[in-house]
Design a protein around this ligand. Structure first.
Ligand code: NAP
Ligand code: GLV
Length: 309
């Protein structure tokens, strides 16, 4: 019986000693050294190549190295019965809350405008509203959306949020359904996307969504690139309907050098770093799930394959 680990080479280096310490009785193989595929019962993966998981006949559990699982489920050959666990790590919630707080405050303090003015050596002061006068809308009120909301609430921003099922969260207005989305789009001054990428949410931020957003409002997307229709975002920025966008995720990563996002004056981009998997905490969480599987105990944080997250 063995575990297969698949991620980048530097990540393998960091995980090897952790897995050896936490699961000393199990053999861990690092792709491409799979050995006999029939030996593999657990897979710990980030963006596995299509067909890899389906080629492991005795696989019992797939553990995602990420909170999102679109990088696993986009492969149609992943068997429908195979349990997939996503990574739910409080460390990740902390760091994404930090990123969202930084970027929302940057937008709130007119950072996009001053950055562009600096570029032109142009000195001009702009009216600065208080945080209490800027409504932040959150698409997605899961582990990460809630952590971001909690941080933003402490910073004084009024909050409105949207999820698939109705939520009640202290200190914020929670909405669901199509009507709820419409309200969040229309009322937010700064919109933060923290949705999973599913058949329901792909391209959710398209021309129709941008048209419903307030004139002068801004977007922070730290979920997945395919939530945003790139050309529609560029059009909304170019006609000055949206004032700016902070983007951490892209349809193609790394973002191709010729992509217009790189040089757009109203876009700030970061290379998919809003949150990161911290091996020190994540290895404990993932190996606990493997221990549970071995003991026949209920598994943690399983993905509902019907809804895709
Ligand atoms: P989560 O706990 O599963 O929460 C997902 C939230 O989205 C839930 O509130 C869910 O509603 C809502 N949702 C899902 N489908 C929806 C739909 N069709 N309509 C309305 N709401 C919908 O996920 P998470 O851990 O917070 O992570 C969210 C995403 O962040 C990940 O999937 C990943 O793509 C992204 N992420 C990005 C980075 C980065 O570095 N940029 C890092 C980590 C994660 P319910 O509450 O009703 O289920
Ligand atoms: C990173 O993007 C994640 O989903 O954890």
């Amino acid at each position: 019986m063995a575990i297969l680990f698949h991620s980048g080479p530097s990540s393998a280096q960091r995980w090897r000693p952790l897995l050896a310490e936490l699961l000393p009785q199990m053999e861990v193989r690092f792709l491409p050294d799979i050995g006999n595929p029939s030996d593999i019962e657990y897979a710990i993966v980030w963006q596995p190549p299509d067909g890899l998981l389906a080629s492991l006949p005795n696989l019992k559990l797939v553990c995602s190295l990420a909170a999102g699982v679109d990088h696993i489920l986009h492969d149609p050959t992943v068997p429908a019965h195979l349990p997939v666990a996503r990574l739910v790590d409080p460390h990740m919630a902390e760091v994404i809350a930090e990123y969202v707080a930084v970027q929302v405050q940057f937008i709130h303090r007119n950072g996009l405008i001053y950055r562009e003015q600096q570029h032109r050596r142009h000195w001009q002061e702009h009216r600065q509203p208080d945080a209490g006068a800027r409504i932040v809308g959150l698409l997605g009120l899961g582990r990460l959306g809630r952590a971001a909301a909690e941080r933003l609430r402490l910073l004084g921003f009024p909050l409105i949020g949207w999820s698939r099922t109705q939520k009640t969260i202290d200190g914020m207005e929670c909405l669901s359904g199509e009507g709820g989305l419409d309200t969040v789009l229309r009322r937010s001054d700064i919109l933060v996307c923290l949705l999973p990428l599913t058949a329901e949410t792909v391209d959710i931020l398209d021309q129709s969504a941008f048209e419903r957003m307030k004139p002068g409002s801004a977007l922070v997307n730290c979920a997945r690139g395919a939530h945003v229709a790139d050309d529609d975002l560029l059009a909304a920025l170019d006609r000055d309907h949206l004032s700016g966008a902070v983007l951490d995720v892209f349809r193609t990563e790394p973002l191709p050098s010729e992509h217009p996002f790189w040089s757009h004056p109203k876009i700030v981009l970061t290379p998919h770093v809003a949150a990161y998997t911290n091996p020190g905490t994540a290895a404990q969480i993932i190996t606990e799930n493997i221990r549970r599987a071995e003991a026949g105990q209920p598994l943690l944080d399983l993905v509902d394959r019907a809804v895709g997250y």
